[in-house]
Design a protein around this ligand. Structure first.
Ligand SMILES: Nc1ncnc2c1ncn2[C@@H]1O[C@H](COP(=O)(O)OP(=O)(O)OP(=O)(O)O)[C@@H](O)[C@H]1O
Ligand SMILES: Nc1nc(=O)c2ncn([C@H]3C[C@H](O)[C@@H](CO)O3)c2[nH]1
Length: 316
């Protein structure tokens, strides 16, 4: 009986790994053949920018030298930090502070609205169902954490592969694409934490790490970052803000969970004791900001933040 369960478990694990790898392969092939579009509005500039990102592929031969140079000047930075520390609020501040910066939000709405088409027979019209994967993950983390991390990571990858908008390519100053979290925090903060909590099992963790490394290595320069902004605040402050915000899915989040996530951030970005697997990431400059400052009602604090960020970007 036990053996039978083991065989089934191994088969399921194998199937999951194969499925994940097939998805990865298809995704890479799709990227190589079609390039990326920003919400379906492909302009000449974005097509050119996309081709530049695919430098290692033959299509890059069509790119003019000046387009390549313009693209290479755009810096990429992620904003990292605990849940409800204030990343979105800070991102809005950045977006309004300087037109040289383009902020890309975390795709939480995608995780809350997973659409699947089901067709019962050839005559029946396809039915669309919607599930909230964020809620499922919080309600039953052991069942849904691995699935959640595959989807969150894929959606972060998509965000990081978006070519910079044309307006950033023609700027004199320091154009920057700013991402709210990244494929790196997906692994070194959340997936790792879920593994340590026992919500992702050893097999799932091995599979996750395998395809994560493959993707990051395959996309190479396209998903590299030049810097990280770490918004740092005590977990108690994050808890206070999380409760004040009142997002439905987060109703059951406890201080202990935020404590653990805080420790993961500290290990990765301050103590540098997290084992990371990508050379450039090991050397990446980190700007640490005290996010407990209530800058919304304090113009001087906002000014100081912006000055620090500008100096950081200029030095990248
Ligand atoms: N510096 C701040 N001072 C006071 N309140 C803040 C500050 N930053 C954020 N808040 C408030 O805290 C709550 C959480 O902020 P926000 O949504 O920006 O967090 P987040 O880090 O983006 O969250 P998540 O991790 O879920 O993406 C919001 O209600 C916001 O108004
Ligand atoms: N498990 C897990 N893995 C992730 O990669 C991840 N990224 C974000 N989140 C949760 C935090 C907020 O509730 C909400 C919005 O940030 O989504 C995550 N949860």
């Amino acid at each position: 009986m036990l053996l039978c369960r083991c065989v089934i478990f191994n088969s399921v694990a194998k199937l999951r790994k194969q499925t994940a790898l097939t998805q990865v392969r298809r995704f890479i092939q799709w990227k190589m053949s079609d390039g990326l579009m920003r919400d379906g509005n492909t302009t000449t500039a974005t097509v050119m920018a996309t081709k530049k990102r695919n430098l290692s592929f033959p299509s890059s031969r069509c790119l003019s030298r000046s387009a390549e140079e313009a693209k290479a000047r755009v810096k990429r930075v992620s904003v990292e930090g605990n849940i409800a520390v204030g990343k979105s609020t800070f991102a809005k501040l950045l977006q309004s502070a300087c037109s040289d910066w383009e902020v890309m939000a975390e795709p939480i709405d995608k995780w809350q609205n997973i659409k699947s088409e089901t067709s019962k027979g050839s005559d029946a019209p396809p039915q669309s169902t919607v599930s909230n994967l964020l809620q499922m993950m919080y309600q039953d983390p052991q069942r849904w954490s691995y699935t959640f991390q595959t989807y969150s990571c894929m959606s972060r990858l998509r965000t990081q592969l978006q070519p910079p908008p044309a307006r950033l390519l023609n700027l004199e100053g320091t154009p920057v694409q700013v991402y709210e979290r990244s494929v790196y925090s997906d692994r070194y903060i959340f997936a790792l934490n879920m593994f340590e909590l026992g919500c992702i099992n050893t097999t799932e963790w091995a599979v996750y790490q395998d395809w994560h490394s493959l993707l990051v290595e395959q996309f190479g320069h396209q998903v590299e970052l030049e810097g990280i902004i770490y918004l740092r605040a005590p977990p108690e402050k994050c808890m206070e803000r999380l409760e004040k915000r009142g997002r439905t899915e987060e109703k059951g989040v406890q201080l202990d969970y935020l404590d653990k996530l805080h420790t993961q951030h500290e290990r990765w970005l301050v103590e540098k004791s997290t084992e990371v697997h990508f050379e450039k990431l090991k050397q990446i400059p980190v700007l640490e900001l005290d996010a407990s400052v209530e800058f919304k009602s304090d113009p001087e604090a906002r000014e100081q933040f912006i000055t620090k960020v500008k100096n950081f970007f200029n030095a990248l």
